[in-house]
Write a protein that binds this ligand. Structure first.
Ligand SMILES: NC(=O)c1ccc[n+]([C@@H]2O[C@H](COP(=O)([O-])OP(=O)(O)OC[C@H]3O[C@@H](n4cnc5c(N)ncnc54)[C@H](OP(=O)(O)O)[C@@H]3O)[C@@H](O)[C@H]2O)c1
Length: 338
């Protein structure tokens, strides 16, 4: 029997939220892998906030997804046919295999999960023990240059990356303040992530709360959001503060970038503001996973995930990020693990 692949092709570019009309869903025959290639069945598709900007016309740190091609997506998959002994049938792999059930890929394009710990669920290797963990750890340690006792403020703090940054910050001896939307997320940050304070940007007076919770000023900002809160944080930075620009999620679904009023305080305080992209830290992957894995195993690095079944839920899952409906990492289960 010939295998059939259901694949989601980008048909048009959304201006705000995403829906099924932006895609053509096609069912087509699965091709056989050529020399040096394998056929994988995709299991988990990660829904990171930044996936939304790949759908825009403008290139970012990756080229824009061309219209008429399978939507780019970061996946965990299993090898089902192999033409290369380096990736035998049954190997779990991470890669960019897209919004589809099956993909043919060159061995060099895939990373085998030979390091998977038997007590850690496969889905964890699609976020905390992969890009999200690497982003949080390297952004905070390499760009943020933390010193124990300093004050760190994290935005989108209850999200996938943000909640890891908060917890890693606590492990490094920082005073950590998280900013998130809604009282439940703030309570979770205090109770579970053990932050020293949480601010609900939707209902608190953010400036007044920053003054109350950061009485000695702010040494590190880990910015995931952009917008007016960034200026309120810049107003309160200390001498030689580090502003880590990880992302501007408030702009991804059509919002305007409005931050900038507070930039002069970087001059006054001799601060630095630096963006980074996780892909630059791939050479440190094994080292960082070696640090994070024991924390995942002993439960001291919590990493909630929400899994929706079926590719048809991928647009809904993306919009949950824009609305703040996600609690931790949003994943799509495309097919069963076994
Ligand atoms: N630089 C890199 O290499 C890299 C790598 C991975 C991720 N990132 C960045 O990390 C950030 C978080 O990504 P993620 O995948 O972990 O997503 P996430 O934080 O799990 O989900 C996005 C969260 O952003 C908040 N949000 C959405 N729209 C907002 C708005 N208009 N104003 C304020 N908050 C808003 C929502 O939380 P609330 O309910 O709290 O509003 C939502 O839950 C993004 O900026 C992403 O681009 C960067």
């Amino acid at each position: 029997m010939t295998l059939k692949n259901t694949a989601w092709y980008l048909r048009s570019r959304p201006t705000g939220e995403v829906d099924a009309s932006h895609f053509d869903v096609r069912t087509e025959e699965v091709p056989d892998p050529g020399p040096g290639q394998v056929l994988v069945r995709n299991i988990y598709l990660m829904i990171p906030a930044s996936m939304r900007i790949w759908m825009n016309e403008r290139d970012t740190y990756l080229p824009a997804v061309p219209l008429g091609t399978v939507m780019r997506g970061i996946t965990t998959s299993i090898v089902e046919k192999s033409n290369d002994e380096r990736l035998p049938v049954g190997t779990y792999v991470n890669g960019m295999c897209g919004w589809q059930e099956y993909a043919v890929a060159a061995v060099e394009e895939l990373m085998p999960l030979t390091h998977k710990h038997p007590d850690i669920p496969l889905s964890n290797y699609r976020h905390v023990l992969d890009f999200q963990g690497l982003t949080a750890y390297c952004g905070l340690t390499d760009v943020g240059k933390p010193q124990a006792g300093e004050t760190l403020v994290v935005t989108a703090a209850a999200g996938s990356v943000g909640s890891l940054v908060c917890q890693i910050g606590k492990k490094l001896g920082l005073r950590v303040i998280g900013i998130a939307g809604g009282p439940e997320k703030c309570q979770w940050l205090r109770d579970v992530c053990k932050v020293d304070g949480a601010i609900d940007y939707k209902s608190d007076d953010v400036g007044a709360k920053l003054d109350e919770l950061c009485p000695n000023g702010i040494d590190i900002v880990f910015e995931n959001v952009g917008g007016p809160v960034l200026d309120l944080m810049l107003d309160r930075i200390n001498l030689r503060a580090r502003i880590v620009l990880c992302g501007f999620v408030s702009t991804y679904f059509g919002g305007e970038q409005t931050a900038g009023r507070g930039l002069m305080n970087l001059v006054n305080q001799r601060g630095t503001m630096q963006g980074f992209i996780v892909l630059d830290y791939l050479p440190h992957y094994a080292e960082v996973m070696g640090i994070l894995t024991p924390w995942v195993l002993d439960g001291s690095l919590v990493h909630p995930e929400e899994i929706l079944d079926g590719l048809e839920n991928a647009p809904v899952a993306m919009n949950r990020l824009s609305r703040g409906e996600n609690h931790g990492m949003q994943l799509i289960r495309i097919s069963p693990e076994a």
